[in-house]
Write a protein that binds this ligand. Structure first.
Ligand code: 5BU
Length: 268
């Protein structure tokens, strides 16, 4: 199919039934999706920590605190003011030691040829270490082709953004539906979505903007609770400030892990 031809997807499916993480492993061909689902089931955690700290030391400390309680760590590698390439080696070692995946929240947003370079090269060599990355669909499906060229052979996975957590987001309605349709055309490399609710079968749904209390941050972020997110059909809750700003991020991560896992088990 020509990449300009994006079929109109069917009406949004209703979220009906929670299928266990373990039982969904077989639904995916992508090795990273399989690994994530197996990790969630094994560690009994659907929690991803958004590690938005700005120094390497803080990042490493945070990982030691939350590592045992998470299935995935989400990074913004470009906010580390003292980034050095040895961080990558340490990140990979810690991900292996504590048994979690790495998600670089890069939100690629350019034409295929450019994102290909941004993913593979530059300072961060993202495709060498990030199991999962994400991309906006504003440029059209060529962005998926560019990322796939670099990531597919390495077994990496891509998330698209049919929705965002922030207030006033333009990712609604037709944009949301067309993004889901683009994902459906690339259902091996694209394993899921950043979403606030269940959007489509056989994709994983990741939800940022989660805290124990509903509310906002005064800069557009909108928070829902772990229970609310899981009941809406989300598979992985993403928590940043709710954990890393706490006095004891390790203990706080355990609370979120329990909240997310209890809500999931109640649905089975
Ligand atoms: P918070 O501290 O829990 O609000 O952090 C949320 C994180 O998730 C932060 O790293 C954001 O960049 C990221 N995020 C988001 O908040 N909303 C979105 O729609 C997407 C990412 Br995509």
């Amino acid at each position: 199919m020509h990449i300009q031809d994006i079929p109109t997807p069917p009406q949004k499916p209703v979220y009906e039934r929670r299928i266990s993480y373990a039982d969904r492993i077989a639904d995916f061909k992508n090795p990273t999706a399989k690994k994530l689902l197996a990790t969630i089931a094994r560690k009994q955690t659907n929690l991803c920590v958004a590690a938005d700290v700005t120094s390497c030391k803080e990042l490493l400390e945070l990982i030691h605190q939350v590592g045992p309680h998470i299935c995935m760590l989400k990074t913004h590698i470009d906010i580390l003011h003292d980034f050095h390439s040895s961080m990558i080696k340490q990140l990979k070692e810690l991900a292996s030691q504590y048994d979690f995946l790495l998600f670089e929240d890069r939100k690629f947003a350019d034409i295929g040829n450019t994102v290909m370079h941004q993913y593979e090269g530059g300072v961060y060599h993202i495709s060498d270490w990030a199991d999962i990355v994400n991309a906006h669909t504003v440029p059209g499906p060529g962005i998926i082709q560019g990322l796939k060229k670099v990531g597919a052979s390495k077994g990496r996975a891509l998330l698209l953004l049919p929705q965002m957590s922030s207030s006033g987001t333009l990712a609604t309605g037709d944009y949301t539906q067309k993004t889901i349709a683009m994902a459906t055309q690339e259902h091996e490399f694209v394993i899921g979505f950043i979403a606030r609710e269940y959007l489509a079968p056989n994709f994983l749904h990741f939800c940022p903007g989660v805290q124990m209390q509903e509310g906002g941050d005064g800069m557009g972020q909108r928070y829902i609770t772990p229970k609310f997110a899981i009941e809406a059909g989300i598979d992985v809750i993403i928590v940043g400030r709710g954990i890393y700003k706490a006095d004891d991020p390790g203990a706080q991560a355990q609370q979120y892990k329990k909240a997310g896992w209890d809500a999931y088990q109640e649905q089975l």
